[in-house]
Design a binder for this molecule. Sequence first.
Ligand SMILES: Nc1ncnc2c1ncn2[C@@H]1O[C@H](COP(=O)(O)OP(=O)(O)OP(=O)(O)O)[C@@H](O)[C@H]1O
Ligand SMILES: [Mg+2]
Length: 236
Amino acid sequence: MLEIRDLVVSYGAVEAIRGVSLSPQQGAITAIVGANGAGKSSLLRAISGLAPVRSGQILLDGRDITRVPTQQRAALGIAHAMEGRRIFRQLAVEENLELAWRFGRRATPWPRAIAQVYANFSVLQERRRAQAGLLSGGQQQMLIVSAATICTPPYLLLDEPSLGLAPIIVREIYAFITESCREHGTTVLLAEQMAKLALKVSTHGYVLRQGKVVREGSARELIDTGLVAALSAAYL
Ligand SMILES: Nc1ncnc2c1ncn2[C@@H]1O[C@H](COP(=O)(O)OP(=O)(O)OP(=O)(O)O)[C@@H](O)[C@H]1O
Ligand SMILES: [Mg+2]
């Protein structure tokens, strides 16, 4: 179980996260929504060890991992998929996937792991020898999501998987995330500006504004109370 207690993240004088407490539901998708600069990426980056935590705690199965190095957190089962990161642009698609597999827990043997990726996204198989940097935006996002899930991590942090993508690709990636989460019982924290999109696949959601949680509830409740529309109108 992942638990965030009273987390404060600051970059020098800028406080990006100002006392956030939350706990994603096990084996389900939890949405973190909010406008530009609300602190979504900072929250995920703090959980994977990439953002400076000033105070508060991050607990994994009761163990305080707030000061544990990033690589060790990956080995403990926390995978982080973010735009443009963890992708080696000069390396081939398949080399990227192999590195991601080596970096993680290697719960699944390589031949099965790679076959699964190609079954999900056949275009990655077609382009497996191509340099990752030469893939289209949508194909890169497929690679990023595949690299993050190739080790079937128990915890998955997804930062704006829809960013800059055509609706058809977004649907494909969201279908993959939902299916993969259901099949493996993955606990997912999904940060998205596209609140409605994220809440539709989530069981629960948190709304961040200026580094604080201003609303939380079941995804259904958040959609029904018109919050999504309000967010879109006011902040997008
Ligand atoms: N490396 C950094 N150094 C200084 N300030 C930063 C850094 N990263 C983020 N910030 C600041 O922290 C705040 C939160 O940013 P963050 O990227 O977490 O928001 P976000 O919700 O992910 O936004 P977006 O939807 O645009 O991705 C912003 O005010 C931002 O300017
Ligand atoms: Mg962000």
